[in-house]
Design a protein around this ligand. Structure first.
Ligand SMILES: Cc1cc2nc3c(=O)[nH]c(=O)nc-3n(C[C@H](O)[C@H](O)[C@H](O)COP(=O)(O)OP(=O)(O)OC[C@H]3O[C@@H](n4cnc5c(N)ncnc54)[C@H](O)[C@@H]3O)c2cc1C
Length: 529
């Protein structure tokens, strides 16, 4: 007998593993998480949290506390821009105000909060929702059969080993994923682009900021290319250095010969002011890389986060894409574990998230090359698409989506234009102050209709009973609802627990109950009753 039995084993308890534990807990699944480190992140790393991630955090009840913590750390709504040096010439303003022009598409906002502050909030929520978190615990091997995954783990302090048996396993074990390696899943893409460094430092930076509200400051000059992020009260921050020397033929290996003095040299070259006193606190070495795992699953094991895709931190997409992976996987695992869905529902994780992860990785690569590493532009760049398309406009094409005859398989679109198209994120509308359409989703399937949708409303509980699932039915009175969701007043829209439109009927049908039973069975990949 194994020593621990759990429905889902999550390997890696950093941003993505901890998010997976929270989303599973939200669906009533108490996961077991093993994490090599003794606690959550000690380095800031990811900080830009997109609206889509914030929407997921809103669903699990931590949006408010995330916003509050963010306010303590960063001035809100800063710019993303490029300079020659912080003290010197400005080169470009990519985003003048982080939330300019995007507030209408979501009930929430983009913000900055570092992993150091965010992960403890996720940890607390995961524990509240019943996760079993095991820090200082390393997974050392695993095997799977047709019924379960059995992992051998080791407690680092005592060296004690024991076995954990799970129905499913999530590999949230980061860019060098040992699980991905053991499964023999190769990475495909642009490869390793540089041996980069992040230098965490202290310095009086306020005079160099000159009152500018800057969230991300790209630095590009003849000495180096990278970026700053600076926290309140402008005395601490980090400098990422990706390449140094001649921008056309740069040095991509920052690891060799790295000393404290070299770090100070880099900081001076980026600050552009030799008089500023600087203290280097820490240095982190990592690879700038743009690669996606060939497959996102193998049997009962699912890759999520950097284990599945590694992208340059240009656009701030890496951690967010991982949060979306966890969000997309959690409800499917919960439905299958509860036997509400057929096991094939899990095979929809890969087509849905692989396409989104690949598109996002390429978009991060395009931003890296055009903003910082022009020497890599060899004519194979995907054209840059709008940030909103990447952040929340990715769309799904799988057997858990019922396409329309006029549907196409576009990988992304502007969320203002998707208008309830099956496969896209269900649009936001304020229903009353503080309550969005998005607040109707999160746990169950939801059926939305408008004033003339009474037939659908009556059919919903009957269909739910026949299917043995929860189905929330809502009649939406908002004047723009039909237009925003692309239906007539007698139509209906079926939204999945992850807030994606699974199916819609533009108008009324003769037998709504049978239609709903047939449709939801198909979406859940289970046989028709
Ligand atoms: C400088 C920088 C800035 C960035 N900025 C942003 C940003 O603004 N926004 C954004 O979205 N992303 C950003 N990113 C990317 C983001 O940091 C990563 O995408 C994110 O941290 C990935 O999280 P993860 O949980 O998948 O992997 P990781 O954070 O790598 O976590 C993996 C965890 O698994 C554990 N682990 C591994 N193997 C085992 C094992 N066998 N047993 C137990 N535990 C194990 C590790 O200890 C680790 O804690 C940035 C990255 C960098 C370097």
């Amino acid at each position: 007998m194994p020593d621990v039995e759990t429905p889902v084993l999550v390997v890696g308890g950093s941003l993505v593993g901890m998010s997976a534990a929270v989303f599973l807990g939200h669906h009533g699944i108490g996961a077991t998480v093993v994490e090599h480190h003794r606690g959550t992140a000690i380095h800031p790393r990811a900080a830009l949290i997109t609206q889509r991630s914030m929407e997921a955090f809103r669903t699990i009840g931590i949006e408010k506390v995330v916003r509050e913590e963010s306010e303590k750390q960063f001035v809100q709504d800063g710019a993303v821009m490029a300079v020659e040096t912080l003290a010197g010439r400005e080169l470009a303003w990519f985003i003048a105000n982080l939330n300019e022009g995007v507030r209408d598409v979501s009930p929430t906002v983009r913000l900055f909060i570092t992993q150091k502050l965010l992960e403890p909030l996720l940890q607390k929520r995961a524990e509240e929702l019943g996760a079993d978190l095991r820090f200082a615990t390393e997974m050392i091997s695993f095997e799977q059969d047709s019924a379960s995954v059995t992992a051998v783990v080791q407690q680092r302090d005592t060296s004690q080993t024991y076995r954990i048996r799970a129905r499913y396993m999530i590999a949230a074990d980061g860019p060098r994923s040992g699980i991905r390696e053991q499964l023999g899943i190769p990475m495909r893409g642009r490869g390793i682009l540089s041996n980069s460094v992040t230098i965490y430092f202290r310095a009086p930076l306020a005079p160099l900021l000159r009152g500018r509200n800057l969230s991300v400051i790209l630095v590009s000059n003849s000495s180096l290319r990278g970026f700053f992020r600076i926290e309140k009260p402008f005395e601490t921050g980090f400098l990422v250095v990706n390449t140094t020397g001649n921008p056309a033929h740069p040095n991509e290996d920052l690891w060799t010969g790295l000393t404290n003095d070299r770090c100070i040299e880099y900081l001076r070259a980026a600050l552009g002011d030799d008089s500023v006193p600087i203290t280097v606190d820490d240095v982190m070495k990592w690879n700038t890389r743009a690669d996606v795992a060939e497959r996102f699953s193998e049997g009962r094991v699912f890759l999520a986060g950097d284990a599945a895709h590694v992208m340059p931190p240009y656009g701030g997409y890496g951690g967010n894409t991982g949060i979306q992976d966890a969000h997309a996987l959690a409800w499917k695992l919960a439905y299958v574990l509860r036997r509400s869905a057929g096991e094939d529902l899990l095979s929809t994780y890969e087509p849905e998230r692989h396409r989104a992860g690949s598109m996002t990785t390429e978009q991060a690569y395009t931003r890296y090359v055009t903003r910082e590493a022009k020497y890599l532009d060899r004519g194979s760049l995907q054209p840059q698409v709008e940030d909103l398309n990447v952040e929340m406009g990715y769309s799904y094409d799988s057997s858990a989506i019922i396409p329309e005859s006029d549907a196409d398989s576009r990988a992304h679109e502007n969320p203002r234009e998707s208008r309830g198209r099956p496969g896209s994120r269900a649009p936001h509308l304020w229903l009353e102050p503080g309550v969005s359409t998005l607040d109707l989703f999160g746990r169950n399937f939801s059926l939305l209709t408008s004033a003339e949708g009474t037939g659908w409303l009556q059919a919903a509980p009957l269909a739910a009973q026949r299917l043995g699932i929860e189905l929330d039915a809502h009649q939406i009175g908002h004047a723009n609802f039909c237009d925003r969701y692309g239906i007539s007043a007698a139509g209906a829209v079926l939204v999945r627990p992850d807030g994606f439109v699974a199916w819609r009927s533009q108008s009324a049908v003769d037998s709504p109950e049978a239609t709903l039973v047939r449709t939801i069975s198909a979406v859940l990949n289970r046989p028709l009753l």
